[in-house]
Structure formats: C-alpha cells, structure tokens
Design a binder for this molecule. Structure first.
Ligand code: DX5
Ligand code: ZN
Length: 221
C-alpha cells in the first residue's frame, strides 16, 4: 500500500482560532496542513498570506503545503519559505517562466510543484519533471471551498500517475477539491496519494472521526 497522506485545508477552519484548529487537526491525524493562498486576481477570492503561515508554524510539526493561487508567482515565494512553508505549488498559467519559478521554490529550500486546473493540460510537465516534487490535480475550479468533485479529474490523476511512474522519481500526487469520505478511495485508485480536504474535515464537529473514516476507505484499496 502506498503512503497515503491526509492534508486538511484550513480554508474551512475557524480563522479566529487558527492555532487551535491546526493543533487539533494534527492531533486528530492530519499528515500535512494545506494552506490556500488566493489573491482576488488569479482567482476571485482573497485569503491569507505569509504572516498567517508564520503565525501557525509554531503550532504544528507537520509540513505546511502552500497552494498559491496568485499571479504573479515569483515575488511571494521567498516570503512563504521564510514563513515556514515546506511545500509550495503554483498554477503554471500564473507564471511567465514556469521552470524559473520551480527552481526558485527549490532554491528557497522547499518542495516544488505544479497545480492543474480541470481544463489545464498535463503537458506543462513535459520538460520540467526533474524539478517537480509534487503534482496537484484540482478536482474543482480554484477559488472556493465546498464545491463538488469533478469526476473528470480521475482520468487526469491516472495520467499524472503514469507520468510519475515513467519518471522513476519520487513525486507526490495530490488531489484538491470536493474530497469526501465517499470519493477518497476512487481518487486513490486512480493514483493519488495525498488528499486535500477542507469542508469535509473542518466543517465537521469530529475531525478524528472523518480522518479515521478516510483512512478506513484508503485501507480497502
Ligand atoms: C480551492 C482550494 C481547496 C479547497 C478545498 O480553491 O484549493 O484547497 O479549500 O476545499 P473542499 O475540500 O471543501 O473542496
Ligand atoms: Zn488548495
């Protein structure tokens, strides 16, 4: 069985109690904290920046996975690295120089990855696989939590898995958007190993019950 990781998205957390929220979700089994950065430009919503990353950093030991939904990309990368991010991903359409942005993330000591919107082709990976540590497949259009999973994403996860296997490199394959207890197994069967879930976890009273139920589903594969 592959190593499966659950990455709760704090987008659905209680922002007035964020330190407590991330501590609780890690105590209840989260492997990664997923951190959604939106700029009201690349996506039609505005969320959180490096200051908030820095603020939650002392509260958890697990990796912080910064998902940049911002344009331009490069200027903000060193700020997130300094704020304690471990993984930084961005949307290739938001960078004029994708190879340079990936290298910049790595030069700042973080794992680097590309994010693919539902209609974005995986061909952006063609010449940069050697600089990729993580591929993030969006199963909703970016900008908001609580949207429904787009089933076409399963095909793209499977295609990304083929590319990773062909590369022979260790690359995480993450899926983001509409992940729930009842569809996490399908995403894993398609080849995902890292699962972002916002409203499925932070929207519920018992985080441990949801995370345990997700792991039970993953154990059936
Ligand atoms: C959407 C974000 C997601 C979102 C997931 O743009 O990238 O990380 O928070 O939320 P749910 O799990 O509620 O779809
Ligand atoms: Zn995200």
């Amino acid at each position: 069985m592959p190593t499966y990781r659950i990455a709760p998205s704090i987008l659905s957390a209680d922002f007035a109690r964020l330190g407590e929220e991330v501590r609780n979700v890690v105590r209840d089994g989260a492997d990664i904290i997923h951190f959604d950065v939106m700029d009201n430009h690349y996506v039609p919503n505005l969320t959180i920046g490096p200051l908030v990353c820095e603020a939650i950093r002392p509260h958890v030991q697990v990796p912080i996975d910064v998902h940049l939904m911002v344009k331009p990309v490069d200027r903000i990368i060193p700020d997130f690295a300094k704020a304690g991010a471990n993984i930084i991903t961005f949307h290739p359409e938001a960078s004029d120089h994708v190879d340079r942005s990936l290298q910049l993330i790595r030069d700042n000591g973080c794992k680097a990855g590309l994010v693919f919107n539902p209609a974005t082709p995986l061909s952006y990976l063609d010449y940069v696989m050697d600089k990729i540590d993580i591929i993030l497949i969006m199963s909703v259009n970016p900008g908001f939590g609580g949207q429904s999973f787009i089933p076409e994403a399963l095909k793209k996860i499977a295609e990304a898995r083929q590319r990773i296997d062909a590369s022979g490199r260790e690359i995480m394959l993450e899926v983001d958007g509409g992940i729930k207890i009842d569809n996490i197994a399908a995403a894993a069967k398609a080849g995902a190993d890292t699962f972002v879930a916002g409203s499925a976890i932070f929207g519920k009273p018992d985080y441990k019950a949801v995370i345990d139920a997700m792991r039970t589903q993953l154990a059936t594969i």
